[in-house]
Design a protein around this ligand. Structure first.
Ligand SMILES: O=C(CO)COP(=O)(O)O
Length: 259
């Protein structure tokens, strides 16, 4: 897939289950999703469960049009890395995507921009599409440095992978202060950062799939998706509720007619 000027970007909704679920809960959630699922022509939909539930999710979603992915990877393909999972292993389960650089991993596991860039490259080597998360802290925003923080995070990956690599990548803007807090960025705040990110990619910016994440719920999804530079959402909490998840997917489908 190459950047092609004039080709309209698709909308996308990704559910990041984080460390939630059980075999039984997943069975119920997925059954409810599948029961009301109507394949969408304009929206790519993916679910990223915890690693151990990947086979369960893959078996259930097979052939549905909803694809699946991982929440992180180790950049190495194999080896003595206890507790880690590689991009190759995700590919083995036909994963389409992998989230890299989520702020919870950056914070809890000390993942640096350099490390995230290695994960990004490892994902692409194995044919996965990385969903690269970037986002500023509350302090950075209050100090007026939000855009600088985003630029710094993205620059390391661009430098290592090259701008062209983003033809097969998704970028998700997730302001740290909006994740799991119920306090979403306003549409204007999100749009400003999304515009900035597109500018960083020069000519390719207009073709980049760019998601917003951070307390997206059905009540604010339509307003966010209506904006020119927002192509959909990376959902946390809302992806654990089938009705909410499906309603947000439908909002994305409606938004695909914008512009
Ligand atoms: O971190 C997120 C998705 O990766 C967003 O989480 P919430 O939607 O729960 O705020």
């Amino acid at each position: 897939m190459a950047f092609e000027p004039g080709i309209r970007r698709r909308q996308m909704v990704v559910g990041n289950w984080k460390m939630n679920g059980s075999k039984q809960e997943n069975t119920h959630l997925l059954a409810e999703v599948m029961h009301s699922w109507v394949p969408l022509t304009q929206v790519d939909v993916a679910i990223c469960p915890p690693f151990v539930y990947l086979p369960q999710v893959a078996d259930t979603l097979q052939g549905s049009g909803i694809v699946w992915g991982g929440q992180s990877i180790n950049p190495n393909a194999t080896g003595a890395f206890t507790g880690e999972v590689s991009a190759r292993m995700l590919s083995d389960f036909d994963a389409a995507y992998v989230i890299v650089g989520h702020n919870e991993r950056r914070r809890l596991r000390g993942e640096s921009d350099q490390y995230v860039a290695e994960q990004f490259l490892a994902a692409q080597r194995e044919g996965l599409i990385p969903i690269l998360c970037v986002g500023e802290s509350e302090e950075a925003r209050e100090a007026g440095h939000a855009l600088d923080a985003i630029t710094a995070q993205l620059s390391v990956v661009i430098e290592k992978a090259g701008i062209g690599a983003f033809a097969n990548a998704v970028v998700a803007y997730e302001p740290i202060w909006a994740v799991g807090t119920g306090k979403s960025a306003t549409p204007q705040e999100a749009e400003q950062v999304h515009k900035h990110i597109r500018q960083l990619f020069g000519d390719l910016g207009s073709q980049l799939t760019l998601l917003y994440g951070g307390s997206v719920k059905v009540h604010n999804a339509a307003e966010l998706f209506a904006l020119e530079d927002i192509d959909g959402a990376l959902l946390g909490g809302a992806s654990l509720d089938a009705k909410e998840f499906l309603a947000i997917c439908r909002c994305a489908e409606q938004a695909s007619h914008k512009g």
